[in-house]
Design a protein. Structure first.
Length: 73
């Protein structure tokens, strides 16, 4: 059994991030990765996929997010 402490994915990825000097204007302010299986699910509407992407954006630094009603709208 692995006895190492669990690390948050954000901490792990910080070590693997590459800083691109002169990044293009679109990615300069960050981006959000959405799993491909979410993007290809026919059962989810475009709005549901976008809502999921926005929740991922807010939850990136923590293990969870609780956006208020104004943020969610």
């Amino acid at each position: 059994m692995d006895s190492r402490p669990t690390r948050h994915i954000g901490d792990i990825l910080k070590e693997r991030n590459i800083e691109i000097i002169g990044a293009d204007p679109i990615t300069r302010h960050g981006f959000t990765q959405v799993p491909n299986f979410i993007l290809t699910m026919k059962e989810l509407s475009v709005g549901a996929k976008l809502a999921y992407a926005m929740l991922l954006k807010y939850a990136w630094g923590d293990d969870a997010c609780f956006p208020g009603q104004l943020k969610a709208c």
